[in-house]
Design a protein around this ligand. Structure first.
Ligand code: WT7
Length: 651
């Protein structure tokens, strides 16, 4: 677990909403009362209030075959229409939907009318290319407007997108395209990153060449103008969009129509394709985006810094904000290019009022010093959100004081790729916030903390975080693997009364508020991105030099956790190459196989790994080594001297 529990126990600072904030707040205590009164009716009200239904639903939840839930099953809606046309028809066509800020400094304001027009054309292109409702489309793009346009165009025709983060390698891309049997890939020539062009199209070519594939076409957005190889299946986005009709009528699809698949790491080597559907998903992302972020769409400028390649970008860049008619910033770059004040310059330029980002970014800014943000006018900020990993109280306080001018409420939002939308968070106009705690389930969501036996732990105790009732934006399964869906999430506390096990540890304080303590399984959290120890281990052992490998997530001041690998190298290679060369080769190998985010911070070359008598690696002991702690209990080791051997080789 990545958070120091003692430290959290001593956290006594409290921040009540100011009267001014509470008086104008969108989310009020009435929401809790209504949800407590009739949870299903509460969600039905949200679905009716926040969305337009082509055909109204009459059923709210079908939970007769758990854990397979159906929400608003007989209703029909068009997700893209809800995010676009409806705002134009309501007279908001001239409102800016996206303030796009490119890394090189190019910028472009796109109104709801313009975004709708682009999505209509893109939808016509998809249809022209033979994409039908239910087909899968892979999207591998930088953070440019076309990423959002592509997602909405796919949704508009009832097809299913699978967005693959641009930092993933050709091999990761290939396995995701294959698993979903995608018929089309949408990519770009490249994107800008840290002042340079990062090509993307070559990775798509590599992923598709020389292997049987279901992909018929590759649609290529011109972003960076770098040379790209061209094959018969390739088409330029701008040519195709210019060649189709400007009109497109959005038809309604059933609420349980699949909307997207998003791959995430689990405890095994193979990423899971998390499946989300339409009506319930859009209801909960719209509800949370509006109430947790206190969205006033006429006046607020919202900015979520996540990439659309992650769930945060799906729910809180594309779907939530656009369903609510918000004006938002879409930023292609990194926080420190071309200068360390880039983010704050953007806040000043667009008068951003709501900022949603990750603790790792906040800690990086803390290290750089407050003089950098203090060089900009941040007075427009009135609400701050955090997501992705536990936020330590110091970072929370710094965020509030330095970025929020000591007045902006901070909401720490806990959720996952699987939950689809925020599950635990303060409501900024209601909750008295506590630095470092996500605190309370949102209205209509049922959370508990249980011990290993499935018993509620009671106030003041720690245990395992579970969701006890189905929720609208819950995952509907793992693509192509219903068994794995059941085993991974629903079996831990028995099949009688299925409860969703999140994989996180949590503690309830004396008030019953929830403090997240980090993952309890073999999943790491590096800069708010989920990585699997098993996936990186299997990449390391796939290299011919490696005999065995073990990977742990070690505490890291900035990124939360960092990847630390322990490898046993085959004897012949040890004789031929230096340790430095071997480490460099393996780091490059992992980057090539998975992507730069999985590259180990450190690789220790060892002779042995700590194992139980049955041969299971005890990662806890390696974590002690990686974090420079005293080695813990070694009595379960098959060979109790092994840790001494490992430690001595590292000195
Ligand atoms: C895991 C989910 C949900 C968006 C980003 C990550 C950790 C997420 C918090 C938070 C403590 C958090 C959990 C969770 N996590 N938000 N506010 N406090 N931990 O999505 O890649 O699906 O990862 O991120 O460990 O299980 P993800």
């Amino acid at each position: 677990m990545s958070v120091q529990i003692d430290h959290l126990l001593n956290e006594t600072r409290r921040f009540a909403p100011t009267a001014d904030f509470a008086n104008q707040a969108i989310g009020t205590s009435k929401l809790y009362a209504n949800a407590a009164d009739d949870r299903l009716e509460f969600w039905a009200d949200q679905a009716r209030d926040l969305l337009h239904w082509h055909k109204p639903f009459t059923k709210v939840l079908d939970w007769t075959n758990p854990p397979f839930a159906k929400w608003f099953e007989d209703g029909h809606l068009n997700v893209a229409w809800n995010c676009l046309d409806r705002h134009v028809l309501a007279g908001h066509g001239d409102r800016v939907a996206l303030y796009f800020e490119g890394e090189p400094g190019d910028s472009r304001a796109i109104t709801y009318a313009e975004l709708t027009a682009e999505v209509k054309r893109a939808a016509n292109v998809l249809t022209k290319l033979g994409v039908q409702a239910g087909d899968r489309v892979a999207i591998y793009l930088p953070m440019i407007p076309e990423a959002v346009i592509s997602m909405l165009a796919v949704a508009r025709i009832g097809a299913v997108h699978s967005v693959i983060f641009g930092g993933f390698s050709a091999e990761s891309l290939r396995s995701r395209i294959d698993d979903a049997n995608a018929v089309l890939v949408i990519t770009a020539d490249g994107g800008y990153r840290k002042g340079r062009v990062t090509p993307l199209k070559p990775a798509v070519d590599m992923a598709l060449t020389g292997v049987p594939t279901t992909v018929r076409n590759v649609l290529v957005v011109k972003r960076t103008g770098n040379e790209v190889e061209w094959t018969d299946r390739d088409l330029w986005w701008h040519d195709e969009l210019a060649s189709v009709d400007a009109e497109h009528e959005a038809e309604g699809f059933p609420a349980e129509n699949p909307l997207f698949i998003l791959y995430t790491s689990g405890t095994t080597g193979k990423p899971k394709g998390i499946l989300h559907t339409s009506g319930g998903y859009l209801t909960q992302v719209a509800f949370t985006h509006k109430n947790v972020f206190d969205l006033h769409p006429e006046t607020d400028v919202y900015w979520c810094t996540a990439d659309v390649g992650w769930i945060t970008g799906h729910s809180y860049v594309t779907y939530g904000p656009l369903a609510n008619g918000a004006t938002q910033v879409l930023f292609e770059g990194t926080p420190d290019t071309p200068h360390p004040g880039r983010w704050w310059e953007i806040v000043e330029k667009y008068k951003v009022s709501i900022l949603y980002t990750a603790p790792t970014a906040i800690r990086t800014f803390m290290k750089l010093g407050r003089q950098i943000p203090q060089g900009f006018d941040l007075s427009s900020l009135r609400l701050l959100g955090s997501v992705g990993e536990p936020i330590n109280p110091e970072a929370w306080m710094w965020y509030r004081e330095v970025i929020g001018g000591n007045v902006a409420p901070v909401v720490d939002t806990w959720w996952q790729t699987e939950t689809g939308a925020i599950m635990i968070s303060a409501l900024p106009g209601v909750t008295v916030t506590k630095p470092g705690a996500a605190q309370v389930p949102i209205p209509g969501v049922a959370i508990d903390v249980l011990d290993e036996a499935g018993v509620h732990v009671g106030h003041g105790n720690g245990g395992l975080l579970v969701v006890t009732e189905p929720w609208p934006s819950m995952l509907r399964g793992i693509w192509g693997d219903p068994e794995r869906f059941i085993e991974t999430y629903w079996e831990k506390f028995g099949e009688e009364n299925p409860r969703y096990f999140a994989g996180d540890g949590a503690r309830l304080d004396e008030d019953g508020d929830i403090w997240l303590l980090g993952r309890v399984d073999d999943v790491m959290n590096v800069s708010g991105h989920r990585l699997s120890t098993a996936e990186i281990e299997s990449s390391l052992v796939s290299h011919p030099m490696t005999a065995e490998a073990a990977v742990v997530g070690a505490h890291d001041e900035t990124t939360g956790q960092a990847v630390v690998a322990f490898v046993i190298i085959k004897y012949s290679h040890l004789e031929e190459s230096s340790h430095e060369d071997i480490q460099a080769v393996l780091r490059a190998h992992v980057t090539q196989q998975i992507g730069a985010i999985a590259r180990p911070r450190q690789i220790f070359i060892v002779n042995e790994l700590p194992k139980t008598r049955s041969g299971k690696i005890i990662r806890r002991l390696l974590q002690d080594v990686a974090e420079g702690r005293e080695i813990g209990d070694t009595t379960t080791l098959a060979d109790t001297s092994v840790m001494q051997v490992i430690k001595s080789t590292l000195r």
